[in-house]
Design a protein. Structure first.
Length: 226
């Protein structure tokens, strides 16, 4: 995304969300069963027609029991499960796209990292998959925590707002994993439009910050020229 004005960003966001919502409404209106394969049902994200889910109690210690969910997959329902997982992950990308656009546009003068923007788009895919895998399993949750601690994943953030965008990406992924993508969609609409409006009115303007950004841009231009 190149240089755009706040008004252009708001127009692009409104058009995109209107098209996305209209597509979902038309799809569900034409085929009511399509809603079963979209992550908008909530409560049980894997409640796909034809997929049988059973729960068994697994003893964790002498006093605690953990309900482990098992999905009974057969050749007949394998296609339904794959379709549901694919639509869930694709929907997370569609909801996350305007958030990355907003980040790139509002942070253009600061020189946003291309890798960071890509990470924002890909992060919800991982978060959604993790939530789908864990569900209600306490054992898997502890296992994930151990893996994350072993990897010690860290991200150096240039500004505090970058952390907010990471949090937004995690929210989208979590919502997709538990089947509440509708909540994520509303959050994305409010989140992106609020950011665009704050950018439009130059909310929180500070001359010192402006001077710092200009110096950073000049340094970047000089480094590029070399």
């Amino acid at each position: 995304m190149g240089i755009i004005t706040p008004a252009q960003l708001i127009g692009r966001l409104v058009a995109y969300f209107a098209l996305l919502v209209a597509t979902i409404v038309i799809l569900v209106s034409v085929n009511s069963e399509a809603l079963n394969y979209l992550p908008f049902g909530g409560t049980d994200a894997l409640a796909v027609p034809g997929i049988e889910i059973t729960e068994t109690s697994v003893r964790m210690d002498r006093d605690a029991l953990d309900a482990q969910r098992q999905i009974m997959v057969t050749p007949k329902n394998l296609g339904s499960l794959i379709l549901f997982l694919a639509t869930t992950l694709v929907t997370t990308i569609l909801v996350m796209l305007p958030i990355t656009w907003t980040y790139s546009a509002t942070r253009f003068e600061a020189g946003p990292s291309k890798v960071f923007v890509r990470a924002l788009l890909l992060m919800p895919i991982c978060a959604t998959t993790v939530v789908l895998l864990i569900q209600d399993s306490l054992a898997l949750a502890f296992g994930l925590a151990a893996l994350v601690a072993a990897v010690r994943f860290r991200v150096a953030l240039a500004e505090a707002i970058d952390g907010i965008y990471i949090f937004a990406a995690i929210c989208v992924g979590l919502a997709g994993g538990i089947g509440y993508m509708g909540v994520a969609l509303v959050m994305a609409i409010i989140f992106t439009l609020t950011n665009a409006i704050l950018w439009q009115i130059d909310y929180g303007k500070n001359p010192i910050d402006d001077a710092r950004q200009e110096a950073k841009a000049a340094k970047l231009a000089a480094r590029t020229a070399e």
